[in-house]
Design a protein around this ligand. Structure first.
Ligand code: HEC
Length: 462
């Protein structure tokens, strides 16, 4: 993107208007906002998807009384854009399903709270939007995983969980989406597909199982979970076919892009399913939504991973001494034109900020993502609104800062101690208390016109 002085001037005018909290364009902040008329519609759409009974948030805001009780905090967390959680800077780049309030909405909430958070009568509707078990559409197949029982006082627990499937014929899968029964319990899961050659796997539809381990998928866990083919061979594995992090929503790419062909026998395996500490006895039973298509995948997607475990080294090496803030860079030059669909910045608890962009051979910069305040809890897979072309010869650059001081509320060590990448697990450690610095791009080789292909989700009600 070229530096353009006219844009800067227009931006300055707009910010100074918003800055005084009065208007944005021609629309004014109401002088006496009420919950009934102004706040309920904003909150129903932007807050209740999580702040509902059994939602991802720790408390419900479905009753006006609950909202009023927290009015001051709501003013604070919306003003500093802590809520709704959307770490990416919306002034830098845009993505599908952005969760951001407009400046006008924020100013309206502020004024409403300043004026004592009046309800404005009881004649209004305030309801959480219908809870979609899928954020894509009605799934064609729902694969249940085994139930996990958690006890009050449990600390972090890690599982590998499998579900075996038998279809009547081979199918094309356009999207996969993991949905926990109770949002907020799973911290993350990394899902693989195991594809069995025709007639090499008995068992079948609905066979589930799990083991509790921090060791990750290896030959032993394959054996313990009965994942080996009947002839003793290891099935073909599709890595990271589905992933889960809190807040993640499923994506289905346009017809023919991405997706997989699955044989009649396949298994879905959740690796490193990480349940956080439980504060009550509870259970979870995640399901995998499967979306089929008749269109064969024409354009394969690939993953390019920079940093930890990836194609580019981290400079300086990822060691974050106690009581220090450090900055690290990783860069990689691509040798072919690519179209980027989705990106995933990944750091652990010491993460402070993240910034990624590409520098074209002609020196222009393509902004990818900027996260000024890293939040370990919200690590989205960000899908661009339209595919982003990065031409051959461009250098992709990611810069991350880590804060290993007591000022970082997520610091797992009080007092701080030196934290680094650790390699004693047969790969980089995924434990949140060790560090990682990754930037993952999902891409497909560039074709003319890709810049115009929209990746916006078509929401179809189930
Ligand atoms: C994607 C899910 C999600 C959405 C959408 C969401 N929240 Fe939250 N909210 C959470 C979670 C999880 C927490 C607890 C963890 C945390 O504080 O980060 C939380 C915490 C809060 C807190 C407590 C913060 C504190 O410091 O104690 C407030 C207040 C809040 N949210 C208000 C809102 C409001 C208002 C909206 C809508 C404008 C909203 N949230 C939208 C998930 C969400």
């Amino acid at each position: 993107m070229k530096f353009n002085p006219i844009h800067i001037i227009i931006l300055t005018i707009v910010t100074s208007i918003i800055g005084c909290g009065e208007k944005k364009g021609a629309v004014e902040v109401p002088s006496n906002p009420t919950f009934a008329q102004h706040i309920a519609p904003i909150m129903a759409k932007n807050c209740l998807p999580c702040h509902r009974l059994n939602g991802a948030a720790p408390f419900s805001l479905e009753q006006f009384s609950a909202v009023r009780k927290r009015a001051k905090t709501i003013a604070k967390v919306t003003l500093n854009r802590y809520m709704p959680p959307w770490p990416a800077d919306p002034n830098y780049s845009h993505f599908v399903g952005e969760k951001v309030l407009t400046d006008l909405q924020i100013a309206t909430i502020q004024r409403w709270v300043e004026q004592g958070a009046p309800e404005g009568g009881s004649n209004y509707t305030y309801k959480a939007p219908e809870l979609y078990r899928s954020s894509i559409r009605k799934p064609d197949l729902v694969i249940p995983f085994d139930t996990v029982v958690l006890h009050e006082g449990d600390l972090d627990r890690f599982f590998i969980s499998k579900a075996q499937v038998k279809l009547d014929r081979k199918r094309y899968v356009s999207a996969l989406e993991l949905v926990p029964a109770s949002m907020g319990l799973i911290h993350h899961a990394n899902g693989h597909l195991l594809l069995y050659a025709e007639g090499t796997k008995s068992g079948g539809q609905g066979t589930v199982g799990k083991i509790e381990t921090t060791k990750g998928l290896n030959l032993k866990s394959f054996e313990r979970l009965n994942l080996i083919s009947d002839d003793g061979s290891v099935p073909v594995r599709v890595h990271s076919a589905f992933n889960y992090l809190p807040g993640v929503e499923g994506v289905e790419y346009p017809s023919g892009i991405g997706g997989y062909e699955v044989p009649r026998d396949f298994a879905a395996v959740m690796n490193d399913v990480h349940y956080g500490p439980a504060d009550a006895n509870t259970t979870d039973k995640p399901v995998l939504n499967v979306f089929f298509t008749d269109v064969a995948p024409k354009r394969a997607t690939g993953e390019l991973m920079l940093g930890t475990n990836g194609v580019s080294k981290i400079v300086p090496p990822l060691v974050v001494p106690a009581n220090k803030v450090t900055k690290h860079t990783t860069r990689y030059t691509i040798d072919a034109d690519i179209s980027v669909l989705t990106i995933n910045p990944h750091l652990h608890q010491l993460g402070k900020s993240f910034w990624a962009f590409a520098i074209k051979p002609n020196g222009d910069t393509i902004p990818l993502i900027r996260i000024k305040r890293w939040n370990f809890n919200w690590q989205y897979f960000y899908t661009f609104k339209t595919m982003v072309k990065i031409p051959a010869g461009s250098e992709i650059v990611a810069i991350a800062e880590f804060d290993n001081t007591t000022a970082n509320p997520y610091n797992p060590n009080q007092p701080p101690k030196t934290v680094a990448e650790r390699w004693d697990y047969g790969g980089a450690s995924m434990r949140a208390s060790d560090e990682m610095f990754q930037f993952i791009l999902t891409y497909t080789p560039y074709q003319k016109g890709d810049e115009n292909i929209s990746l916006e989700r078509k929401i179809v009600k189930p």
